[in-house]
Design a protein around this ligand. Sequence first.
Ligand SMILES: [Zn+2]
Length: 163
Amino acid sequence: MPATSKACASCRYQRKRCDGGCQYADLFPASRFDEFQNAQRLFGVNNIHNIVNSVEPELRKQAAESILVEGNIRKGDPVHGCLGVTRRLKWEIDFCSKQLEDVNRRLSVLRQWDRESQSQRQGFNGAVVELPPLPPSYFSNGAGSVGSFYGQIRSNPVSLDVI
Ligand SMILES: [Zn+2]
């Protein structure tokens, strides 16, 4: 294995020796050499170093990741780059917002329809379901079961008034 294969992506690209104290080793590991090349085509090595060094040390990893991602995106879309991704995501957000708006509008109509039909059912049921209470005499004289009581009502509806 050649000695340069252990060098970080930045040092490998510059054909420099990369020792353990290299500040770019964590930011651009050797495993991401291809991505670093993409970023280098977009920014140039000196600009990459300047960008990374211009941010606070705790943010350098994020800055390096952003540089690598931008390089990859530019390779995938040389004309629009990140702007193409941004536009596509914006279009998707707008599309989903319109769909959500439409679904909420339909849901509102269905809820209104459900409320109206529920109130109609309640009014209809209130008129029909009212049954008179069972007469106490029915249970005390041992004349029969509840089934036969309703059988009596069906066969002679007038008896309801009498009860
Ligand atoms: Zn290095």
